[in-house]
Write a protein that binds this ligand. Structure first.
Ligand SMILES: Cc1cc2nc3c(=O)[nH]c(=O)nc-3n(C[C@H](O)[C@H](O)[C@H](O)COP(=O)(O)OP(=O)(O)OC[C@H]3O[C@@H](n4cnc5c(N)ncnc54)[C@H](O)[C@@H]3O)c2cc1C
Length: 555
């Protein structure tokens, strides 16, 4: 069983990082920072990871969730990125098979569309070539009739055929969490709700960072021989904290997704399409009973914490989807949830449209020694992490000549829950133990090999062997598991990033939030006031999202 990863380990880890210097302090617990902490810890470095809020609560829980080579990047000639991302897709499918699943995408071609049949066929061939023909399956081109057989509700007027290609889809927030846990398992000191608010320097060199404990309310100083800024859209803010004159590295863009009931749009599988409004590549993705439509891509220069969808984002997405599924006639009233994230894209003043801003990353070291990693993608986080830790290792070697492992086995060692060969077999084992089939599949999807531990919790404590409420498969035992082994510290942590009820449930799971709050209160030792506060914070978040969904006319 995996070690605890909880409020208690968090407190102990904050104490430990304040008590003795670390080799490397990683700021930011998104995909990039959690991946770096895992890599550094596995190379034997004394590592600390601090995240201002919950793991993945920044961009990394608001992505399209594709673990992909990036078909559309072919149009920009970013072949190296597609090659690297395709390799990473293969690795993540192996080390986290429960969180990263292969998916077939249908790309329909309509008359007058930006991409014709010939261009699509050439692009899909190149896409397979760049994954060295080791993708899940090779692409295939489809006739008009075959496309309509696969997706009967797709617009048939002007349909010329299409192509099917393969990529992967993941649970982004849980992938980040798995990396943070793996870092902890490898010996890293890890704390969420711990924000860096300042730096300490000596002789012009960075020596440490001031960390504000958002739960205990104390401030601690963490001394480190190397400090890494992996704060995604906040990267420039952290750089300014260290050097007010630092030039900006980023040009963040906002991306919005909406979830609608799947039966309303009627897609059978995942669709890649070019929006008839502006020709951008978009996705329609099935997710159980809901379909996700995304995304937009617009410049955003305000405080990253304030990014939110607005009516025009929602209208753009619904109009684009309606053009492909004309019977759907989606309106804002169909939207179950909407969310926005910020792509931490590198500044490229000459790039013009936001879609043409490169998705690659850069590593920059400030004169005082702050190592910033900016840009990149969820898909390539593991490779980015390895490259960044090479830079840290070189710095530490310069300081004291200590040899550091040149590589960590991050490509072969499974992430927590990924120690499973055959997911179907695991589902059958749980069913044999008496777990209902729908619950068994749900637990294996979410927890992989750890599904057994969650099921055992329910066996040991009978009160936990029930769903959170009628109409949901999510079990009470999951909340307890999340508090003990996934560092869930608030109702929002559970509802938004660990169970997805916020995005999948038409009422954002508000009927079951008192049960969640009650279970957390027991686990975390909250008094009634603390429990009410956490519940209210989640409901306020739901309210904010609903306000952003003010109906706008859709044609
Ligand atoms: C709409 C959208 C769709 C996308 N789709 C895809 C996709 O399908 N596939 C793909 O590969 N990529 C996709 N991306 C890109 C991908 O999501 C990002 O590149 C990636 O998640 C960035 O991770 P990160 O860790 O660098 O940043 P973040 O996830 O934002 O993490 C940075 C963290 O730093 C923390 N932080 C900030 N300030 C402080 C501080 N002072 N102290 C401590 N912590 C701090 C924040 O709280 C945050 O959690 C998408 C992005 C968007 C916006």
């Amino acid at each position: 069983m995996d070690p605890l990863f909880s409020a208690e380990t968090r407190r102990a880890d904050l104490d430990a990082m304040a008590a003795a210097p670390v080799d490397v302090l990683v700021i930011g617990g998104g995909a990039t920072g959690a991946g770096i902490a895992r890599d550094a810890a596995m190379r034997g470095l004394r590592t600390a990871l601090v995240e201002a809020a919950d793991f993945g609560s920044g961009t990394s829980s608001r992505s399209t969730r594709l673990i992909h080579g990036g078909l559309r990047y072919l149009e920009h000639g970013w072949l190296r990125l597609v090659f690297e991302a395709s390799r990473e897709r293969g690795i993540l499918l192996r080390i986290a098979p429960h969180l990263v699943r292969p998916v077939a995408f249908l790309f329909p071609v309509h008359a007058g569309g930006r991409i014709g049949r010939g261009r699509l066929a050439a692009g899909l061939w190149l896409y397979d070539l760049l994954s060295a023909f080791r993708n899940v399956h090779s692409h295939r081109m489809l006739s008009r009739r075959a496309v309509l057989r696969a997706e009967p509700r797709l617009r048939d007027r002007g349909l010329r055929g299409g192509g099917v290609y393969y990529d992967a889809w993941c649970d982004d927030a849980r992938l980040v969490l798995a990396n943070a846990r793996a870092a902890h398992r490898g010996g890293a000191l890890v704390a969420s709700y711990a924000a860096v608010t300042g730096f300490e320097k000596a002789g012009g060199e960075l020596r440490g960072a001031v960390v504000q404990d958002g739960v205990g309310g104390r401030g601690v100083t963490v001394h480190a021989r190397a400090i890494v800024n992996a704060t995604g859209p906040w990267s420039d803010a952290i750089r300014h904290l260290e050097d007010p004159d630092a030039a900006p590295l980023l040009r963040p863009t906002k991306g919005v997704h909406v979830a609608v009931p799947r039966h309303r749009i009627g897609n059978e599988g995942a669709i890649t399409m070019t929006s008839p409004l502006d020709g951008r590549v978009m996705f329609v993705l099935p997710w159980g009973a809901v379909t996700i439509i995304g995304t937009t891509d617009t410049d955003f220069a305000d405080d990253p914490a304030t990014v939110t969808p607005v009516g025009s984002d929602v209208t753009y997405l619904l109009r684009s989807a309606n053009a492909f599924f004309p019977d759907a006639r989606l309106t804002a009233g169909d939207v179950i949830a909407a969310w926005a994230g910020l792509r931490p894209l590198l500044h490229a003043a000459e790039a013009g449209s936001t879609a043409a801003v490169p998705r690659e990353h850069r590593i920059v070291e400030s004169p005082a020694g702050l190592i910033t990693i900016a840009g990149g993608k969820l898909t390539t986080y593991r490779a980015m992490a390895a490259e960044l830790v090479d830079v840290v290792a070189a710095r530490l070697h310069r300081i004291d000549g200590r040899p550091i492992a040149p590589r960590a086995p991050t490509a072969t060692q499974p992430l927590p829950g990924g120690e499973v060969g055959d997911l179907e077999l695991l589902v059958r084992e749980l069913i044999k133990e008496g777990v209902p089939e729908s619950v068994a599949s749900h637990l294996v999807d979410r927890y992989g090999s750890e599904a057994i531990a969650v099921a055992n919790l329910a066996t040991r404590e009978r009160a936990l062997g029930a769903p959170l409420g009628p109409g949901t498969t999510t079990q009470r035992a999951e909340v307890v598991h999340q508090a003990r082994r996934e560092m869930a510290l608030s109702v929002s942590d559970v509802m938004i990033r660990r169970t997805d009820l916020f995005r999948r449930d038409p009422r954002q799971g508000t009927e079951v939030t008192p049960v969640v709050a009650g279970l957390l209160a027991q686990e975390l030792g909250w008094d009634a006031a603390r429990e009410a506060e956490s519940l209210a914070a989640y409901l306020a978040e739901v309210q904010r999202m609903r306000q952003a969904l003010t109906p706008a006319p859709v044609s």
